[in-house]
Design a protein around this ligand. Structure first.
Ligand SMILES: *Cc1c(COP(=O)(O)O)cnc(C)c1O
Length: 406
C-alpha cells in the first residue's frame, strides 16, 4: 500500500460496535472481571488496560498507527514533543553519560539538554553532517547520538544513513527528531535511525488543536547490560527491551502520558497527513522559488532550492518534497517586523505544521534564550523570518507576500 492508503488502513484495529474510528476512552482507570485479571495485567502477564497513565485504548490506537507509519515495533505517545524527547533519551541515560547532538536544533531541545546537565548528562554539540567532527566527539561516555531530520529553523538536512553508520560503528543508538519532515518525507528507521521522535503537535495533528509527542522504537538496536545498565532486567526482552522499560518505567513513573482526547484529535489529523504535506510542500516550494526569483535583497533558505547547501542531501534522503518550512533574510530586524505586520494571511505565532500559514521572528521569540554561538549554529539572524507554509491557495500567499514586501 502507498502512503495515503496506509494512513487510513494500517495499524487500525476493530473498534467496538463496528465504529469506524477509535472512541474516546475518557476514563482514568479500567475495571476487570476479577482480582486475578487485574493482578495479571499488573504483572504484564495478561493484555488489558488498568490505568490511563500506563496505557489507554484511544492512545494505543494512535500509537499503533504511528508505529506502522514509522516502521517500528512500538510507540509511546506523550503529553508533548518535549516529553517524548525527554523520555526517548532518559530511558537509556544515567549520570556520567554523554549525548552527541547536531548543533542545529529546535530551541526547546537545546534548553532541555541544558536542564539535564543537572542530572550529570552532558551534550557535545557538533556541526551537522561534519563527519570528522562527529567522529572526534565520541568517547567512552557517549551513549546517544541525536539530530533532527530537517533542523528547525536552520533547515539543514541530516544524512541519516551516514550518521547511523557512524553511531553504530561506535555501538551507539541514533535518535532522530522527525517532526519537521514527518514519515511522509522520510521513514528515518529505514535509513538506520534506532528511535524516532515526532512532536505530533505539528504536522501529524495538523490543525494545532492539541500538544502531543510520540516516540517510536525500531527494535533494531542491540542493547547490552554492560553499555546500558539502566535497562536492567528489561535486557532479557531483546528487541523489546527499550520499549518495555519505557512503558513500565520512566513513562509511567514520570507521568508523561497523553490525554485520550488529544490522541483522538491526532488520529483525525493523521488521516490527512499525506494530503496536507503534499499541498504544504508544493506551496512552500512555489513560495520559496517566487521569493528567490523576484527579490535580490531577500535571501531565501529552503532545502528544495538549488541554492540550498543541503539540496543534495535532501534529494537523497527526502521523498515527495522538501518540507513546508522556509526562512527568509530581509536585511534588517525592522524590515522583518514590518513585513510580518503587513502580511494579512499568515498568523504571527511560534508554531509550525498548521494548515494555516504561520510566521515568526525567531531571534526575538523562540531563540531568545540562545547564546551567540547557539544562534549561529541554528542559523538564526536578526533579520530572519521563519515561514511555516499552510494549505492555502498559493496564489493568495504570493499576492500577500508581494503586497507586504512592497
Ligand atoms: C515543536 C518541536 C518540538 C517540541 O514539541 P512540543 O510538542 O511543542 O513539545 C521538538 N522538536 C521540534 C523539531 C519541534 O518543532
Amino acid at each position: 500500500m502507498n502512503f495515503n492508503t496506509r494512513l487510513l488502513h494500517e495499524g487500525v484495529k476493530k473498534e467496538p460496535n463496528g465504529a469506524t474510528f477509535p472512541p474516546i476512552f475518557q476514563s482514568s482507570a479500567f475495571a476487570q472481571e476479577s482480582a486475578e485479571d487485574l493482578a495479571g495485567i499488573f504483572a504484564n502477564k495478561k493484555m488489558g488496560y488498568c490505568y490511563t497513565r500506563v496505557a489507554n485504548p484511544t492512545i494505543s490506537a494512535f500509537e499503533e498507527r504511528i508505529t506502522k507509519l514509522e516502521g517500528g515495533i512500538g510507540s509511546v505517545a506523550c503529553a508533548s514533543g518535549m516529553a517524548a524527547l525527554s523520555m526517548a533519551l532518559l530511558n537509556i541515560l544515567q549520570a556520567g553519560d554523554e549525548i552527541i547532538s547536531s548543533a542545529s536544533l529546535y530551541g526547546g531541545s537545546i534548553d532541555l539538554f541544558r536542564d539535564i546537565e543537572a542530572f550529570g548528562i552532558k551534550t557535545r554539540y557538533v556541526e551537522n553532517n561534519n563527519w570528522e567532527e562527529i567522529e572526534g566527539a565520541f568517547n567512552e561516555h557517549t551513549k546517544v547520538v541525536f539530530a533532527e531530520t530537517i533542523g528547525n529553523p536552520c533547515l539543514d538536512v541530516t544524512d541519516i544513513d551516514k550518521l547511523a553508520e557512524i553511531s553504530h560503528r561506535h555501538g551507539t543508538p541514533l535518535v532522530i527528531d522527525n517532526t519537521t519532515a514527518t514519515p511522509y518525507l522520510v521513514r528515518a528507521i529505514e535509513h538506520g535511525a534506532d528511535i524516532v521522535v515526532n512532536s505530533s503537535s505539528k504536522y501529524i495533528n495538523g490543525s494545532s488543536n492539541s500538544i502531543s509527542g510520540i516516540l517510536t522504537d525500531s527494535g533494531h538496536f542491540k542493547w547490552t547490560k554492560e553499555r546500558y545498565p539502566v535497562l536492567g532486567e528489561y535486557i532479557k526482552y531483546g528487541p523489546f527491551a527499550y520499549i518495555s522499560k519505557m512503558r513500565s518505567g520512566l513513562y509511567r513513573n514520570m507521568g508523561t502520558c497523553l490525554s485520550p482526547f488529544n490522541a483522538y484529535l491526532n488520529v483525525i489529523g493523521l488521516e490527512t497527513l499525506g494530503l496536507r504535506m503534499e499541498r504544504q510542500c508544493s506551496n512552500a516550494l512555489a513560495l520559496a522559488q517566487w521569493l528567490e526569483e523576484n527579490y535580490d535583497d531577500i535571501t531565501v533558505n529552503y532545502p528544495g532550492l538549488k541554492s540550498s547547501k543541503w539540496n543534495g542531501i535532501a534529494n537523497t534522503i527526502l521523498k515527495n518534497g522538501y518540507g513546508a518550512i522556509l526562512t527568509i533574510r530581509v536585511g534588517t530586524k525592522e524590515r522583518a517586523f514590518e513585513i510580518m505586520n503587513k502580511l494579512t494571511i499568515p498568523y504571527i505565532l511560534s508554531n509550525i505544521g498548521d494548515t494555516k500559514t504561520l510566521v515568526v521572528h525567531p531571534s526575538s521569540t523562540i531563540s531568545l534564550h540562545s547564546t551567540e554561538k547557539e544562534l549561529a549554529d541554528a542559523g538564526v539572524y536578526d533579520d530572519l523570518i521563519r515561514i511555516s507554509v499552510g494549505i492555502e491557495d498559493v496564489e493568495d500567499l504570493i499576492a500577500d507576500f508581494r503586497t507586504a514586501i512592497s
